[in-house]
Design a protein around this ligand. Structure first.
Ligand code: FPP
Length: 272
């Protein structure tokens, strides 16, 4: 099912056909936070709980991932409407390759479907798609579809949607260290040139404009699971009990409200 353009007129078949505000699932409280400048610039999400959501309903795990793709649509639309600058989603980890072949295949098929179905909407809404991870591991047809979506949205300026695919935070740090080590070995760089900035620039995430301000994890688990380890050094963490397929506009608003009440000190002290 293709998403309709985020900013286009809404369909007239809803309960309140002539009232666009009533048709908008984004709570007013979320817009209020946006107006007050209290939203994260970069929201990152560990979309957990698809498998358990499906299993508790007697469904195959891939049904959970399919329902999870709907939550991806909801959250992407909402982030765009609120003016969040970067939305990063942990869609497939390096460790996920070890899942049964049918599940891996199901996830990759879902990704290709998503990219094909949502491309027009991403373009209409000025969203730039980027992919972060060990993309060379993806099968060629997946890589080609992904590259096409990346190329055709490259001019998007209103939001960056980053999909972490075949991604691991440790793996990224290792590849960055290797890149810098080769440059030192080649005489292009001195060891003393390896600064936080240089390392950050060698990471797959260098294509993102800023580090995450808020990391949300669904399904009640409270860990990072190899997600944005370097980049999340000062991110606020929020854990939602909802499984990812259940995560909706209300739950995202609750996460954003919690974020708006945090005091971020970045290792310093609160302003007097
Ligand atoms: C974790 O749930 C989720 C994943 C490994 C994949 C996330 C994928 C999607 C949300 C689907 C589509 C994404 C896109 C971008 C189209 P889990 O399977 O580990 O859940 P469990 O912990 O309950 O087993």
């Amino acid at each position: 099912m293709a998403m309709m353009p985020l900013l286009a007129p809404r369909p007239t078949s809803t309960a309140a056909p002539t009232d666009p505000v009533a048709a908008d699932p984004v709570p007013a409280a979320a817009y209020d936070l946006a107006r007050r400048g209290l939203l994260p610039r970069h929201l990152a999400v560990i979309m957990d709980g698809n498998g358990r959501w499906a299993q508790t309903r007697g469904l195959a795990r891939n049904h959970g991932h399919r329902a999870g793709a709907e939550a991806v649509r909801r959250v992407t639309r909402m982030a765009r409407k609120l003016g969040i600058e970067v939305l990063t989603l942990y869609a497939f980890s390096e460790q996920n390759w070890s899942r049964p072949a049918s599940e891996v295949q199901g996830l990759l098929t879902l990704l290709v479907e998503f990219l094909r179905q949502e491309l027009d909407e991403l373009r209409t809404n000025d969203i730039r798609l980027v992919a972060v991870g060990n993309l060379a591991r993806l099968p060629l047809p997946v890589r080609l579809t992904l590259q096409h979506a990346i190329d055709s949205t490259a001019r998007g300026r209103s939001m960056t949607l980053a999909l972490c695919l075949s991604y691991g935070g440790r793996e990224d740090l290792v590849q960055a260290a290797r890149t810098l080590a080769s440059r030192v070995a080649a005489g292009e760089l001195a060891a003393s040139d390896i600064t936080e900035g240089a390392l950050g620039q060698a990471l797959w995430t260098a294509q993102l404009p800023c580090a995450p301000d808020l990391v949300v994890r669904t399904s009640g688990e409270q860990r990072l699971s190899n997600f944005l380890l370097w980049e999340s050094a000062y991110a606020e963490l929020y854990f939602s009990p909802a499984a990812w397929p259940e995560f909706d506009e209300q739950q995202l608003t609750a996460a954003l409200q919690a974020f708006s009440q945090r005091q971020r000190r970045f290792g310093g002290v609160a302003a007097p």
